[in-house]
Design a binder for this molecule. Structure first.
Ligand code: URA
Ligand code: SF4
Length: 201
Protein backbone atom coordinates (compact mmCIF):
# COMPACT_ATOMS: atom_id res chain seq x y z
CA UNK A 1 0.00 0.00 0.00
CA UNK A 2 2.84 2.43 -0.54
CA UNK A 3 1.78 3.86 -3.86
CA UNK A 4 1.44 2.70 -7.43
CA UNK A 5 5.12 3.15 -8.35
CA UNK A 6 6.06 -0.44 -7.47
CA UNK A 7 3.38 -1.71 -9.91
CA UNK A 8 4.25 0.56 -12.81
CA UNK A 9 6.39 -1.17 -15.46
CA UNK A 10 9.15 1.05 -16.78
CA UNK A 11 8.97 2.56 -20.25
CA UNK A 12 6.05 0.41 -21.44
CA UNK A 13 3.27 1.22 -23.90
CA UNK A 14 -0.35 1.98 -23.07
CA UNK A 15 -1.58 -1.62 -23.28
CA UNK A 16 1.11 -2.83 -20.89
CA UNK A 17 0.36 -0.01 -18.48
CA UNK A 18 -3.34 -0.80 -18.53
CA UNK A 19 -2.75 -4.51 -17.78
CA UNK A 20 -0.32 -3.69 -15.01
CA UNK A 21 -2.77 -1.21 -13.47
CA UNK A 22 -5.37 -3.99 -13.26
CA UNK A 23 -3.21 -5.56 -10.55
CA UNK A 24 -2.33 -2.38 -8.67
CA UNK A 25 -2.48 -2.47 -4.87
CA UNK A 26 -0.81 0.86 -4.34
CA UNK A 27 -3.43 2.05 -1.87
CA UNK A 28 -6.42 0.53 -0.05
CA UNK A 29 -9.01 1.40 -2.68
CA UNK A 30 -8.50 -1.79 -4.71
CA UNK A 31 -9.90 -3.82 -1.78
CA UNK A 32 -13.57 -2.80 -2.07
CA UNK A 33 -13.79 -1.64 -5.68
CA UNK A 34 -14.66 -4.10 -8.49
CA UNK A 35 -11.79 -3.27 -10.81
CA UNK A 36 -9.20 -0.72 -11.92
CA UNK A 37 -10.72 1.74 -14.38
CA UNK A 38 -7.83 2.86 -16.57
CA UNK A 39 -7.98 5.80 -18.97
CA UNK A 40 -9.19 5.31 -22.55
CA UNK A 41 -9.02 6.97 -25.92
CA UNK A 42 -6.59 7.44 -28.77
CA UNK A 43 -2.87 7.12 -28.01
CA UNK A 44 -1.35 9.56 -28.79
CA UNK A 45 -4.02 12.27 -28.46
CA UNK A 46 -3.81 16.05 -28.62
CA UNK A 47 -6.28 16.43 -25.79
CA UNK A 48 -6.41 14.59 -22.47
CA UNK A 49 -9.06 15.11 -19.80
CA UNK A 50 -8.61 14.06 -16.20
CA UNK A 51 -11.55 13.45 -13.84
CA UNK A 52 -11.57 12.49 -10.18
CA UNK A 53 -12.16 8.77 -9.78
CA UNK A 54 -14.53 6.20 -11.28
CA UNK A 55 -18.15 6.28 -10.06
CA UNK A 56 -20.53 3.39 -9.42
CA UNK A 57 -21.23 2.73 -13.11
CA UNK A 58 -17.60 3.06 -14.14
CA UNK A 59 -16.62 0.60 -11.40
CA UNK A 60 -19.16 -1.94 -12.63
CA UNK A 61 -18.49 -1.52 -16.34
CA UNK A 62 -14.75 -0.88 -16.24
CA UNK A 63 -14.88 2.22 -18.44
CA UNK A 64 -14.39 5.93 -17.72
CA UNK A 65 -17.25 8.43 -17.73
CA UNK A 66 -20.09 6.05 -18.60
CA UNK A 67 -22.44 7.17 -15.78
CA UNK A 68 -24.37 10.41 -15.10
CA UNK A 69 -21.22 12.57 -15.02
CA UNK A 70 -20.20 11.03 -18.34
CA UNK A 71 -23.53 11.87 -19.95
CA UNK A 72 -23.18 15.47 -18.80
CA UNK A 73 -19.61 15.56 -20.08
CA UNK A 74 -20.78 14.22 -23.47
CA UNK A 75 -23.35 17.02 -23.76
CA UNK A 76 -20.80 19.66 -22.78
CA UNK A 77 -18.18 18.32 -25.21
CA UNK A 78 -20.80 18.39 -27.98
CA UNK A 79 -21.71 21.98 -27.12
CA UNK A 80 -18.02 22.95 -27.06
CA UNK A 81 -17.33 21.26 -30.40
CA UNK A 82 -14.91 18.72 -28.91
CA UNK A 83 -14.95 15.16 -30.25
CA UNK A 84 -14.92 12.65 -27.37
CA UNK A 85 -13.62 9.97 -29.75
CA UNK A 86 -10.46 12.01 -30.29
CA UNK A 87 -9.97 12.73 -26.59
CA UNK A 88 -8.10 10.59 -24.07
CA UNK A 89 -10.20 10.42 -20.89
CA UNK A 90 -8.88 9.31 -17.53
CA UNK A 91 -9.07 9.92 -13.79
CA UNK A 92 -6.68 11.07 -11.07
CA UNK A 93 -7.55 7.92 -9.08
CA UNK A 94 -8.23 4.60 -10.82
CA UNK A 95 -10.42 2.85 -8.23
CA UNK A 96 -13.92 3.78 -7.03
CA UNK A 97 -14.06 5.11 -3.46
CA UNK A 98 -17.45 4.73 -1.79
CA UNK A 99 -19.43 4.00 1.35
CA UNK A 100 -22.37 1.58 1.42
CA UNK A 101 -25.78 2.89 2.47
CA UNK A 102 -28.15 -0.04 2.30
CA UNK A 103 -27.97 -1.26 -1.28
CA UNK A 104 -26.50 1.98 -2.60
CA UNK A 105 -22.85 2.76 -3.00
CA UNK A 106 -22.23 6.45 -2.36
CA UNK A 107 -19.21 8.05 -4.02
CA UNK A 108 -16.58 9.54 -1.69
CA UNK A 109 -13.95 12.04 -2.71
CA UNK A 110 -10.54 10.31 -2.74
CA UNK A 111 -8.12 11.40 -0.01
CA UNK A 112 -4.92 13.26 -0.79
CA UNK A 113 -2.91 10.12 0.06
CA UNK A 114 -4.83 8.10 -2.54
CA UNK A 115 -4.37 10.79 -5.17
CA UNK A 116 -0.62 10.82 -4.50
CA UNK A 117 -0.47 6.99 -4.43
CA UNK A 118 -2.19 6.77 -7.82
CA UNK A 119 -0.29 9.58 -9.56
CA UNK A 120 2.37 7.31 -11.17
CA UNK A 121 -0.36 5.90 -13.47
CA UNK A 122 -1.43 9.36 -14.57
CA UNK A 123 2.18 10.38 -15.09
CA UNK A 124 2.69 7.34 -17.35
CA UNK A 125 -0.54 8.04 -19.25
CA UNK A 126 0.70 11.57 -19.94
CA UNK A 127 4.03 10.11 -21.13
CA UNK A 128 2.46 7.71 -23.65
CA UNK A 129 -0.48 9.90 -24.77
CA UNK A 130 1.75 12.98 -25.27
CA UNK A 131 -1.17 15.44 -25.04
CA UNK A 132 -0.74 19.03 -26.13
CA UNK A 133 -3.25 19.99 -23.46
CA UNK A 134 -4.35 18.26 -20.25
CA UNK A 135 -7.73 19.49 -19.02
CA UNK A 136 -8.25 18.94 -15.31
CA UNK A 137 -11.91 18.45 -14.38
CA UNK A 138 -12.46 19.59 -10.80
CA UNK A 139 -10.31 20.21 -7.74
CA UNK A 140 -9.10 16.63 -7.19
CA UNK A 141 -7.66 16.36 -10.70
CA UNK A 142 -6.35 19.94 -10.55
CA UNK A 143 -4.48 19.26 -7.30
CA UNK A 144 -3.20 15.93 -8.58
CA UNK A 145 -1.52 17.67 -11.52
CA UNK A 146 -0.83 21.18 -10.19
CA UNK A 147 -0.18 20.55 -6.49
CA UNK A 148 -2.25 20.48 -3.28
CA UNK A 149 -2.47 24.25 -2.76
CA UNK A 150 -3.93 24.93 -6.21
CA UNK A 151 -7.18 26.91 -6.09
CA UNK A 152 -9.50 25.88 -8.90
CA UNK A 153 -11.95 28.76 -8.45
CA UNK A 154 -9.18 31.30 -9.09
CA UNK A 155 -8.09 29.70 -12.36
CA UNK A 156 -11.06 28.09 -14.07
CA UNK A 157 -11.10 28.69 -17.80
CA UNK A 158 -7.33 29.31 -17.84
CA UNK A 159 -4.46 27.41 -19.44
CA UNK A 160 -1.37 27.17 -17.20
CA UNK A 161 2.15 25.89 -17.80
CA UNK A 162 3.30 23.31 -15.29
CA UNK A 163 6.34 21.01 -15.54
CA UNK A 164 6.44 21.48 -19.31
CA UNK A 165 2.76 20.59 -19.57
CA UNK A 166 -0.10 22.81 -20.71
CA UNK A 167 -2.95 22.41 -18.26
CA UNK A 168 -6.50 23.70 -18.83
CA UNK A 169 -8.62 24.18 -15.73
CA UNK A 170 -12.35 23.67 -15.25
CA UNK A 171 -14.90 22.13 -12.88
CA UNK A 172 -15.99 18.51 -12.60
CA UNK A 173 -19.10 17.53 -14.63
CA UNK A 174 -20.68 16.10 -11.43
CA UNK A 175 -20.74 19.59 -9.92
CA UNK A 176 -22.80 20.69 -12.94
CA UNK A 177 -25.17 17.71 -12.59
CA UNK A 178 -25.83 18.73 -8.97
CA UNK A 179 -25.96 22.51 -9.52
CA UNK A 180 -29.11 24.39 -8.49
CA UNK A 181 -28.76 26.81 -11.38
CA UNK A 182 -28.16 24.03 -13.89
CA UNK A 183 -28.33 26.09 -17.09
CA UNK A 184 -25.87 28.69 -15.83
CA UNK A 185 -23.42 26.05 -14.56
CA UNK A 186 -23.64 24.09 -17.78
CA UNK A 187 -23.00 27.17 -19.91
CA UNK A 188 -20.04 28.18 -17.72
CA UNK A 189 -18.58 24.66 -18.04
CA UNK A 190 -18.94 24.75 -21.83
CA UNK A 191 -17.39 28.24 -21.92
CA UNK A 192 -14.35 26.93 -19.99
CA UNK A 193 -13.97 24.02 -22.42
CA UNK A 194 -14.18 26.35 -25.41
CA UNK A 195 -11.60 28.68 -23.84
CA UNK A 196 -9.04 26.03 -22.91
CA UNK A 197 -9.28 24.00 -26.11
CA UNK A 198 -8.06 27.02 -28.08
CA UNK A 199 -4.66 25.95 -26.79
CA UNK A 200 -4.80 22.89 -29.11
CA UNK A 201 -6.75 24.40 -31.99
N1 URA B 1 -16.46 10.86 -12.40
C1 URA B 1 -15.15 10.88 -12.71
O1 URA B 1 -14.39 11.71 -12.23
N2 URA B 1 -14.70 9.98 -13.57
C2 URA B 1 -15.46 9.05 -14.11
O2 URA B 1 -14.95 8.24 -14.87
C3 URA B 1 -16.83 9.06 -13.78
C4 URA B 1 -17.30 9.96 -12.91
FE1 SF4 C 1 -3.50 1.52 -7.32
FE2 SF4 C 1 -4.64 3.85 -7.85
FE3 SF4 C 1 -6.16 1.73 -7.39
FE4 SF4 C 1 -4.85 2.84 -5.38
S1 SF4 C 1 -6.50 3.78 -6.60
S2 SF4 C 1 -4.93 0.65 -5.83
S3 SF4 C 1 -2.94 3.49 -6.40
S4 SF4 C 1 -4.76 1.99 -9.12
Amino acid sequence: DTGAAQFVPEGKDWAALRSAAAGCRGCDLYRDASQTVFGEGPVPAKLMMVGECPGDREDTEGHVFVGPAGRLLDKALDAAGIDRAKTYLTNAVKHFRFVERGKRRIHQTPRRGEVVACFPWLREEIRVVEPRLVVVLGAVAAKAVLGPSFKLTEHRGEVLEHDGLRVGVTVHPSSVVRAEDFRESFDAFVADLVAVQKAVA
